[in-house]
Design a protein around this ligand. Structure first.
Ligand SMILES: CC(C)(COP(=O)(O)OP(=O)(O)OC[C@H]1O[C@@H](n2cnc3c(N)ncnc32)[C@H](O)[C@@H]1OP(=O)(O)O)[C@@H](O)C(=O)NCCC(=O)NCCS
Length: 188
């Protein structure tokens, strides 16, 4: 497969590149998806350990390309640089892209736990929100996260997303039930 190294969405310290073989076969992605602290809040019990390279490949190849844009999140503390000088730190999925209702949903993972709290998810949401509204012509952006996920709550709030509903006891993680918070942002 030829990789798309030209398309890139950038902010101040964060860039998003199409998620391709470089990202899929990187040791980082496999490590993050086998890190319980990372996957316990993504709402997918089928990703509880262990996750093989083959399963990740099936997942990425199985994404509906007509409705999904999957990105690798790249970060550089000192500011935007060429891709090879930035660090691959996570993934950003824009899914359920609906051109008729002009909406899309976001799923985010900053897999490098040592970099949590540095504003990476917040900046990535800002960049991708701008892309979705200006290029994909989205009227509405949506997301959902476990109620206990403080980082997600703050990152979406900072980007103008509002809570639209709570799904009670909607996810069971093998220990307890969790409420899921649904948030949305309408482009007025
Ligand atoms: C949730 C997640 C995406 C947040 O990424 P991040 O890059 O650390 O987020 P940000 O740095 O932009 O954080 C936004 C705010 O939340 C705070 N925050 C981040 N993680 C936090 C945590 N675990 N506990 C408390 N506050 C947290 C940040 O300090 C920041 O606060 P501020 O606005 O007062 O400065 C990341 O922790 C992650 O990928 N977790 C595992 C996967 C996951 O849960 N994905 C979401 C599935 S819906």
């Amino acid at each position: 497969m030829t990789e798309n190294t030209f398309f890139c969405l950038s902010g101040k310290r964060v860039s998003l590149y199409p998620f391709e073989n470089t990202e899929l076969y990187s040791s980082h992605y496999l490590k993050w998806m086998n890190d319980k602290e990372n996957v316990k809040t993504i709402g997918r019990n089928d990703y509880l350990l262990p996750v093989s390279q083959e399963k990740l490949k099936e997942y990425v190849q199985g994404l509906d390309k007509n409705k999904t844009a999957f990105f690798g999140i790249y970060f550089s503390e000192s500011g935007i640089s060429p891709k090879e000088k930035m660090q691959f730190v996570g993934t950003f999925k824009v899914y359920d892209i609906d051109f008729q209702s002009r909406k899309a949903s976001f799923g985010i993972m900053v897999g490098e736990r040592g970099l949590w709290g540095k504003g990476i998810a917040s900046e990535a949401i800002q960049i991708v929100s701008n892309y979705c509204t200006s290029t994909l012509n989205c009227h509405k952006l949506c997301a959902g996260y476990l109620e206990t996920n403080v980082g997600m709550a703050k990152a979406f709030k900072k980007n103008g997303f509002e809570v639209e509903g709570i799904l009670k006891d909607h996810f069971y993680d093998t220990e307890k039930f969790h409420n899921v918070v649904l948030v949305g942002k309408v482009n007025k």
